[in-house]
Write a protein that binds this ligand. Structure first.
Ligand SMILES: [Zn+2]
Length: 273
């Protein structure tokens, strides 16, 4: 993780830390700076076919929800870590590792719907508010006063990177994760996707070798709880017939395209979920 300090982002955060509850307008203002910062630090897939594919899934999930306060945007981060995260005002970032490890389009749609859930439920905005109320505000005030050095400055420097900020904004507790999962289970069938893609993705990840769970699963509640909970929600739901389980090979073509685009490059940076 880089420790580059971004003065404009710090001043924006310092401004927000003095402003109480964040409005939709403020979240939109912060969104632009957040995206600039994240783009400086991550490598993004620029291939329009891959980007359009992921955007289309996101728009398909959003469409039945009606008009939105934000204009959502979907981005593909070149990173082998299985992860996805949300930014302010409807920014959704999906790692290539998530697309490559998913077994079909419904698993990927499950992850995207979960991240949309964090935005819809204002979890990102709530984390900003918590950040304002906590020590970050004091640390930013220290930076603002030009007193650089010591623990406070190091903490604020982490926060001032896109990766650091994304990590803080995507630190969710058990309730928020459950809420985002429940949102996904409800939204996916309305968009024509089989909601079993979400628990199925949890199973895919649980089967991954290695001592540590992938970042997407590393939060509370435990993966087994999450799996059981989503399965129970789906069992209790009245699902419409003819839900999409695959998309006639398009997903596999996108996976092959990403493999070609990223061939010879292994990249992983940061851990957010
Ligand atoms: Zn989450």
């Amino acid at each position: 993780m880089t420790r580059r300090c971004c003065a404009s982002l710090l001043s924006l955060l310092a401004f927000l830390s003095a402003c109480g509850t964040m409005s939709v307008q403020k979240e939109q203002d912060l969104s632009r700076e957040f995206e600039r910062q994240v783009r400086r630090e991550y490598r993004f897939i620029r291939d329009p076919i891959v980007n359009q594919y992921v955007t289309k899934i996101g728009e398909t999930i959003l469409q039945p929800l009606g008009p939105q306060p934000f204009e959502y945007s979907f981005h593909v981060v070149e990173d082998e870590e299985v992860n996805a995260f949300a930014g302010p005002a409807g920014q959704i970032y999906v790692h290539t590792g998530t697309i490559q490890r998913a077994r079909n389009v419904t698993e990927l749609a499950g992850v995207i719907a979960h991240e949309i859930g964090h935005v819809q439920k204002r979890h990102i905005a709530q984390n900003y508010e918590k950040m304002q109320a906590a020590s970050w505000g004091k640390e930013l005030a220290v930076i603002g006063a030009g007193v650089l050095g010591g623990q406070a400055a190091a903490g604020a420097a982490d926060l001032a990177t896109g990766v650091g900020l994304a990590s803080v904004l995507n630190s969710f507790g058990r309730d928020a994760e459950n809420e985002a999962d429940a949102f996904a289970v409800e939204a996916l069938p309305k968009a024509g996707y089989d909601p079993n893609g979400l628990p199925s993705f949890f199973e895919t990840l649980a089967a991954e070798p290695g001592p540590h769970p992938p970042a997407f699963l590393s939060s509370h509640p435990a993966p087994a709880d999450r799996l059981a909970r989503t399965r129970a929600l789906i069992a209790a739901a009245q699902l419409p017939p003819n839900l999409r389980e695959d998309d006639d090979g398009r997903f596999e073509i996108i996976q092959q395209r990403i493999a070609l685009l990223t061939r010879g490059r292994a990249r992983s940076k940061g851990e957010v979920h």
